[in-house]
Design a protein around this ligand. Structure first.
Ligand SMILES: Nc1ncnc2c1ncn2[C@@H]1O[C@H](COP(=O)(O)OP(=O)(O)OP(=O)(O)O)[C@@H](O)[C@H]1O
Ligand SMILES: [Mg+2]
Length: 254
């Protein structure tokens, strides 16, 4: 019996490619035959929408699961593209306030996912752009963390705040087994010297691994969600799709 590897994708900075990375890396894992579960922890539910589900049609979402009001398995939906999804809905907005008084408030997701780890090889968690209780739940449920970073000036301001949270709150307490895989450069334009400098600076400043390949900037990424698919389906041979496939192969190879 296999036990799923759980990867949290987090960065409190908005628009850096967290949701795109969860969707595309998940689709790439599925192409390789892995059983994949995606978890949408963002009240904006972008992952859920972009994969073709409407929150209002869902009886239960991550919200009910976090509060123990629904069995995790009952909230999970299958997707045409391969992975399964534990969807989000707007009600997640109020979730942190409801969780706050609970003694196990940071462990709710991890406990819920235990019921599912035997059914999957890879579980990918899309965290919201904040360092609140939802993201903490993602970090506590995970074995490893991937930090997408937009390869441009000032993009990595805030990475130190995330790493402080990871070290002091998570690794030194809530979840000592969390390892930081590294940063993934996204929206990367290899023609600009500047982008390379930013990546080198992140690596130097924080001593973090820089995951390869960097994900190229491409309009294909913005086009895919309207089809309810990822670029792996809508632009199969695009450089962006191939980059996520290569990333999946490298992460699987360890
Ligand atoms: N490699 C890329 N090249 C071009 N556009 C991209 C790329 N990756 C993502 N995008 C686009 O950038 C926008 C933000 O991406 P995404 O939603 O994945 O970021 P996010 O970090 O999840 O954002 P949020 O913090 O709001 O949750 C989206 O419109 C997406 O289509
Ligand atoms: Mg997102």
């Amino acid at each position: 019996m296999s036990v799923a590897k759980v990867l949290a994708v987090a960065n409190q900075k908005g628009g850096v490619g967290k949701t795109t990375t969860v969707a595309c890396l998940g689709a790439a894992y599925a192409e390789l035959g892995e059983r994949v579960l995606l978890v949408d922890l963002d009240p904006q539910a972008c992952l859920t929408f972009s994969l073709g589900l409407e929150s209002r049609d869902l009886e239960s979402t991550a919200y009910q699961v976090l509060l123990g009001k629904a069995e995790p398995g009952a909230a999970v939906r299958g997707l045409a593209e391969g992975p399964d999804l534990l969807p989000a809905g707007i009600e997640l907005t109020g979730c942190e306030a409801v969780l706050a008084p609970m003694s196990d408030r940071e462990h709710r997701l991890g406990s819920a996912l235990e019921a599912l780890t035997a059914d999957y090889d890879q579980i990918l968690i899309d965290c919201p752009p904040a360092l609140g209780l939802l993201t903490l739940n993602g970090l506590v449920a995970a074995d490893s963390l991937l930090v997408p970073v937009q390869a441009e000036l000032l993009a990595f301001r805030g990475v130190d705040q995330l790493l402080d949270t990871v070290e002091y709150e998570v690794q030194n307490g809530l979840n000592p087994r969390l390892t930081v895989l590294g940063v993934l450069p996204t929206q990367y334009d290899p023609r600009t010297r500047h982008a390379k400098q930013v990546i080198a600076a992140i690596s130097d400043t924080y001593g973090l691994a820089v995951l390869e390949p960097a994900i190229p900037r491409s309009v294909r990424f913005a086009e895919a969600p309207s089809a309810g698919r990822t670029v792996l389906a809508t632009a199969r041979r695009s450089r962006g799709a191939e980059a996520y496939r290569e990333l999946a192969r490298r992460l699987l190879a360890g």
